[in-house]
Design a protein around this ligand. Structure first.
Ligand code: ADP
Ligand code: MG
Length: 498
């Protein structure tokens, strides 16, 4: 039902995408020039909908990271680090305008490379990327130190200064917003940056590099090094010339980045996995709770770190909830993500397809039952049906490990305390939701759930004015929020004797 019977070339509609893919080997952006990897090596980029090769990209490794660090360091020591905030912000606004002007093209390219639907791509680019550039352009002026009134014979104050060369290692699930979430705060605070996109989905990062050049940004301020995790990624994590790494990806790789950072004690922020509980009380507005729970594990084919993959439902409401959720999930249309009739595209890569289908087998072997889905779709493309597992115990692997696909476990609970205990019974703590019409209970449960974001009667809302990140093994530090610059600046205390 899901597979498309035509080639990638036949799917492309945007002239800009055709033009971009007409030069099929993408290079590294170092010091505002497009260059091959020093090794001359390249790797294949695959369209997950057709399994055709879309293009190739330069396989950057340690030697290319060295060159990027040199460029970023020179740029930082040049005027960039001392530019007035308003001038730095102007580049962010120009970048935002360039993204908006090329929205249709960027969304198509993102969808071709990553498999997300065009509607999802457009929403993510508009809210996640353009929105973030506007936020950071506006809040760059909010960076400030303190002037304590401690002693009249001194004038003491603190300064917030850029850290230096920052790097962003980013995942494949929402490539454009993830690149912007690393570029924008780094530049707003006066740092320079090196971006390493995921090897599965580097194309839109390369296109963003082209758009950045159109803004007139000075040489070396943003560098883009495509390549693999163990090559380019670990070279970044270990590099003595990089002052800060911001990483979004798996908890396992996050640990290795933290370990690798100890050489020069670089600053590290980590945005990692989740197994977020979506807690539904029997008194909830089910007309909103059920479709939102569906989106919570099927948007972007479930490949979102904050996905609500454990739905905890109060026992009295459990069976009816499962029946409705099953019907809605079974009604989703899998297909070509460029076709507006498709609700879900394929998973982003073959590895991901194998991982998710592996978990479908694990769930069945553990005694869980799929009320809908439970299998990959036949034929070409990495399509997996949305899957609802019941008869799940919170101790099963499918309830404990991050699957990163359209697979949800529904688990019953008895009362408020049981909901909180099961919700918190996880090594993760990225997000959680609570659905109830009881105001007191909503706030009590929101307080007790150990998660970096808690949604009450909604899911996935993201306000950049508030911090985003995880408790426990879901991360280190936070992104966004009014204190965002703590992670992109050093602080200096100055003591002046009067
Ligand atoms: P997944 O396993 O879901 O692909 P990863 O955490 O492996 O997620 O990937 C996220 C990003 O981390 C990618 O850009 C990837 O290349 C990078 N990466 C993978 N392994 C390492 C590593 N050892 N050091 C640094 N970066 C890595
Ligand atoms: Mg990996």
């Amino acid at each position: 039902m899901a597979t498309v019977g035509y080639s990638t070339a036949q799917r492309i509609t945007q002239p800009g995408v055709k033009a971009f893919l007409a030069s099929p080997v993408k290079k590294l952006l170092i010091n505002n020039r497009w260059v091959d990897a020093r090794s001359g090596r390249t790797f294949e980029i695959v369209d997950p909908t057709t399994e055709d090769v879309l293009a190739r990209a330069a396989e950057g490794d340690a030697a290319d990271v060295d060159a990027a660090v040199d460029a970023a360091r020179t740029a930082f020591e040049g005027p960039w680090g001392r530019l007035p905030v308003a001038e730095r912000a102007r580049y962010l606004l120009r970048f935002a305008a360039a993204i908006e002007a090329n929205l249709d093209e960027l969304a198509e390219l993102e969808s071709l490379n990553n498999g997300q639907t065009l509607a999802t791509a457009k929403a993510m680019i508009t809210e996640g990327a353009v929105g973030a550039l506007h936020f950071y352009a506006g809040s760059a002026v909010s960076i400030h130190g303190e002037t304590p009134a401690t002693d009249e014979s001194f004038f003491n104050y603190s300064l917030r200064e850029p850290i230096g060369v920052c790097a962003g290692i980013i995942p494949w699930n929402v490539p454009i917003p993830m690149a912007v979430w690393k570029i924008a705060p780094a530049l707003a605070a006066g740092n320079t940056v090196i971006i390493k996109p995921a090897e599965q989905t580097p194309l839109t990062a390369v296109r963003l590099g082209e758009l950045l050049l159109e803004t007139g940004i000075p040489d070396g301020v943003v560098n883009i090094v495509t390549g693999f995790g163990p090559g380019a990624g670990s070279a970044i994590a270990e590099h003595p010339g990089i002052d800060k790494v911001a990483f979004t990806g798996s908890t396992e790789v996050g640990r290795s980045i933290l370990r690798a950072s100890t050489g020069n004690l670089k600053r590290v922020t980590l945005e990692l996995g989740g197994k977020s509980p979506n807690v539904v009380f029997a008194d909830a507005n089910m007309a909103a709770a059920v479709p939102t729970a569906l989106a919570g594990f099927s948007l972007n084919s479930g490949q979102i770190c904050a996905a609500g993959t454990r739905i905890l439902v109060q026992r009295d409401a459990h069976d009816e909830f499962v029946e409705t959720l099953t019907r809605y999930a079974g009604g989703l249309t899998l297909g070509d993500p460029l076709d507006p009739a498709s609700d879900m595209g394929p998973l982003s890569s073959k590895e991901q397809f194998e991982r998710v289908t592996g978990y479908l087998d694990v769930g069945k072997a553990e005694g869980a039952r799929a009320t809908t889905g439970g299998s990959p779709a036949d034929g070409r493309g990495y399509f997996v049906e949305p899957t609802v597992f019941v008869d799940v115990d919170n101790d099963m692997r499918i309830a404990r490990e991050e699957i990163f696909g359209p697979v949800v476990s529904v688990i019953p609970f008895t009362d408020e305390n049981d909901a909180v205990l099961q919700g918190n019974d996880t090594s993760y703590g990225l997000a959680a939701a609570v659905w109830t019409n009881d105001l007191g209970r909503a706030h009590r449960v929101a307080r007790r759930l150990k998660a970096g974001s808690v949604w009450v009667n909604n899911y996935y809302t993201n306000d950049l004015s508030l911090p985003f990140g995880g408790y426990k093994q879901s991360g280190v530090g936070r992104e966004h929020g009014s204190n965002w610059y703590e992670h992109y600046t050093e602080v200096k205390s100055v003591y002046v004797k009067l």
